[in-house]
Structures are given as structure tokens and as C-alpha cells.
Design a protein. Structure first.
Length: 251
């Protein structure tokens, strides 16, 4: 999988380290330790918020100091499935914000159908830090994207932006400033249209670049170069050769 990603032009990969649950909070770190082009995040997915204990929070605080960890993710609120009670999701969201602020790391928010809650928490608890973050696998409106920009967030589009019925997402990507866009795969989910129904992987992120480029009258290579630069600039990483791609890929 990693060899295919490199062959497809992926030069930097951010592995989202929420893993299968709180018992595997360091899921992404071994990959980042083995490959200098992979970075990691730590955090708990909102689905598993109900399983997070004070001991897990202490472990997250320890892991956040690892030199290959560059963000907290997925720290947001997701209401659509209700795998964890809504009040618990919100509490854990706030707790992870506190940990991220202490570590001086940006946050990556996963939100579905809970934007008023996400914005309320972010404005109260996150805006004062000035650390910003990423709205991962963005699926909402231009208004919500603008709220994110106002709070210092980058907006990241995934494989679902390539689907024929997702013109609304492409319209949002068209309207936003190019310097605020990122592209990702959300692998192993949401494989882009040419691979729909298959397991997603970082090598397919080029299809997202094509979809975004199609509505901005830019070549996929131009989108790849711009979003790669955005990613590295946001995280304070060294430059990447032009025409290359950055993929965000959960582990």
C-alpha cells in the first residue's frame, strides 16, 4: 500500500491515529517512526468517546509529546450514528481540546450533522488557543466551511467529493480560497468514484485532486502542488517538490 502511494506521487502522509479504540491510541506512531515521510496524530474517534477513561487521557497526553505526532485527531463531534451518547461526545471533544492546547497541537475535527455543537465548543474552547486545525472529510455547506476558516481551520476534501451526486461539495471547494484547501482519502473508506466499492488507499488521492481541479479550472497536478504546500505550511514542515501530493490516511 505504501509503495503504491509513493508510485502515485504521494510524498507526505498523515496517519490518523485513533485506531480501533482507546486501547490502541498509538496506532499511527509505529508507521511514522519507520518512514520519514509519514506523520501521526493521536486522539479518540467520537464513536468511542464512551470508552475513554482518565487513564486514556493521560496516555494521550504522553503520546502527544512524540516528535512524529503533529495533531490531535479525530477529536470532533459526530451525531449521525450516536455510537456514544451526545453529551459524552461533547465532553470528550472538550477534553481533547484541552490536551491539544496543552501540547500546542492543532486539532482535526470529524463532524457530521453536529455543526452547531462543533462551532459552539470550538469558539468557546479552541479559538483562544490560536492553534487552528483541519475540518477532516468535509461534507457540509459553504457557510460551515466559512465558520471553519474564521476559526483558523483548513478544509479537507476526501474521496466522496468525486461522487456524481456530490456537486455540492465540489461547489464548496470551488468557492473557498485555494490556500485553505487540503485533499485526503479517508482510507479505508470513501474510495473515489473510479474505485468505489473497493478499499480506499492513499494512492487514490489523485482522484480527489482531479475532482477539485475540474471545478476550479486547474490541472490535478496544480491542485496536488497547492494542497501539498498548504499542508506543509500549516504544520511548519519543509517544502515538498512541486506537482506532488499530500494524503491524509487513517490507520
Amino acid at each position: 500500500m505504501l509503495e503504491r502511494a509513493r508510485a502515485a506521487g504521494v510524498t507526505t502522509l498523515l496517519a490518523i491515529g485513533s485506531g480501533p479504540g482507546p486501547e490502541k491510541l498509538d496506532a499511527a506512531i509505529p508507521f511514522a517512526e519507520q518512514h520519514d515521510w509519514i506523520y501521526a496524530t493521536v486522539g479518540t474517534h467520537p464513536h468511542e468517546a464512551k470508552d475513554l477513561t482518565p487513564a486514556h487521557l493521560e496516555r494521550l497526553a504522553e503520546l502527544a509529546s512524540h516528535p512524529r505526532v503533529i495533531a490531535y485527531a479525530k477529536s470532533g463531534s459526530i451525531i449521525f450514528y450516536d455510537h456514544s451518547p451526545r453529551d459524552v461526545q461533547q465532553r470528550v471533544f472538550r477534553e481533547q481540546m484541552e490536551l491539544a492546547a496543552r501540547a500546542k497541537l492543532p486539532i482535526i475535527i470529524h463532524c457530521r450533522d453536529a455543526w452547531p455543537i462543533a462551532w459552539g465548543c470550538s469558539k468557546q474552547h479552541w479559538r483562544p488557543t490560536g492553534l487552528g486545525g483541519i475540518l477532516h472529510c468535509f461534507t457540509s455547506t459553504l457557510e460551515d466551511a466559512q465558520h471553519g476558516l474564521d476559526l483558523g481551520f483548513m478544509i479537507s476534501f476526501a474521496g466522496n467529493s468525486t461522487y456524481p451526486k456530490a456537486q455540492n461539495l465540489r461547489d464548496v471547494a470551488k468557492a473557498l480560497p485555494l490556500e485553505k484547501l487540503l485533499i485526503e482519502t479517508d482510507a479505508p473508506f470513501l474510495a473515489p468514484q473510479p474505485y468505489r466499492g473497493k478499499r480506499n488507499e492513499p494512492a487514490y488521492v489523485g482522484e480527489v485532486a482531479k475532482a477539485i481541479g475540474s471545478v476550479r479550472n486547474l490541472a490535478a497536478e496544480e491542485i496536488a502542488s497547492a494542497t501539498a504546500g498548504n499542508f506543509r505550511r500549516f504544520f511548519g514542515l519543509s517544502a515538498v517538490p512541486p506537482g506532488k501530493t499530500v494524503a491524509a490516511q487513517p490507520q
